[in-house]
Design a protein around this ligand. Structure first.
Ligand SMILES: Nc1ncnc2c1ncn2[C@@H]1O[C@H](COP(=O)(O)OP(=O)(O)OP(=O)(O)O)[C@@H](O)[C@H]1O
Ligand SMILES: [Mg+2]
Length: 344
């Protein structure tokens, strides 16, 4: 059974938004538009997509951290049977302190600048795991060590501004792990880190999932991270899921042209030698409203006129459980040939 069950989540920012890229003053922005997914205990579910597609806003909505004013949130998000979206402020704050944790994309804004790192980590260990004094200090040092922070005893005494950006990110990861949450939302936790540290962090997250049964919602635009960690993947585009599948199925058969393009634009060791990388043309700004057709149509290599006739629904053109929002999906040549034969 799912620990988190998100059903038709939507988030709209009223006009005059002040956030990054909030659009022209006066115009509402639908940042998340009917997103549904489940995360079970011990499962890693990925939210993938390019900048601005709604990943962080989805996470903040689930954590109850969006401002109440000027933002309307719709749909349902059940955590262990209770709806996070309609929950009172106090109740969700209690849950955040005990069962839900998030690693934020921006580490500096989520650490307290005037409290040493050690105090921030030990506070969590005391509150969540009842560790005190020397035992808490030792565990804090061991956590910093596990996230790859050298000389942890010295670092525990330092303030956030004395750590590099990558170290602050790792300190935040240590704090999230210290809570032993039931659900951990990790928003691009390794983007700022070099690859060896990245591997270490991914290993730590994997351990948390395997040994503690933590449910992990992994937000990333890095397909390498998805390949190494996620069981189930949701590819988002302009606030909607365009493809949802198990990791193996998605990597073997990316079927929405956007997912197909994403996978085609990364180097693969199993690709034939000399095969060029195929970038996706244009940017996420070249889109049409979902109400008018497929938002990806202006950038799509498989575009047809049918793509502009209203919102495409999620269907399963390839395999059960592999959902794709596209009227002209990328299917294997034999399937297309079959289709051509049937229609001729
Ligand atoms: N406070 C806000 N007011 C208005 N619009 C906002 C606000 N915060 C985010 N948005 C808009 O919501 C959309 C989704 O933003 P979000 O931060 O979720 O993107 P993201 O997928 O996390 O991107 P990135 O990979 O860059 O972190 C964007 O168009 C963004 O401009
Ligand atoms: Mg983000």
């Amino acid at each position: 059974m799912s620990l988190l069950s998100v059903d038709a989540l939507s988030v709209t920012f009223a006009g005059h938004g002040t956030g990054r890229g909030a659009g022209r003053a006066g115009r509402a922005t639908k940042a998340v538009d009917g997103v549904s997914f489940d995360v079970a205990e011990g499962q890693v579910v990925g939210l993938v997509g390019e900048s601005g597609c709604g990943k962080s806003v989805t996470a903040l909505a689930l954590m109850g951290l969006l401002p109440r004013k000027g933002v309307s949130v719709g749909g349902r998000a059940e955590f262990d049977g209770a709806d996070l979206l309609s929950m009172g402020e106090k109740k969700i704050r209690d849950l955040r302190g005990s069962q839900l944790a998030m690693i934020f994309q921006d580490p500096l804004s989520s650490l307290n600048p005037v409290v040493p790192i050690g105090v921030q980590v030990t506070e969590i260990l005391t509150r969540h795991r009842g560790l005190k004094g020397e035992a808490a200090r030792k565990e804090a040092a061991s956590l910093l060590d596990r996230v790859g922070i050298p000389d942890p005893d010295r670092r525990l005494k330092e303030y956030p501004h004395q750590l590099s950006g990558g170290m602050r990110q790792r300190a935040l990861i240590a704090m999230a792990v210290a809570c032993a949450p039931r659900l951990l939302i990790a928003d691009e936790p390794t983007t700022a880190l070099d690859v060896t540290i990245q591997a270490q962090i991914l290993e730590l997250l994997k351990e948390l999932v395997d040994q503690e049964g933590t449910a992990l919602l992994m937000i990333t635009h890095d397909l390498g991270v998805v390949a190494g960690l996620c069981d189930q993947v949701n590819v988002l585009y302009a606030g909607r899921a365009v493809e949802t599948a198990g990791r193996r199925e998605l990597f073997a058969h990316p079927t929405h042209p956007y997912a197909h393009g994403l996978l085609g634009s990364i180097p693969r060791l199993d690709a034939p030698r000399g095969e060029p990388l195929r970038p996706i043309r244009g940017s996420i700004n070249d889109k049409i409203a979902w109400a008018d057709g497929c938002a990806f149509a202006p950038r799509c290599d498989f575009y047809t006129l049918q793509c502009l006739t209203g919102t495409p629904e999620l269907t399963e053109p390839r395999a059960p459980g592999h959902q794709v929002r596209c009227v002209n999906p990328v299917l294997p040549a034999d399937r297309s040939a079959d289709a051509a034969e049937v229609s001729s």
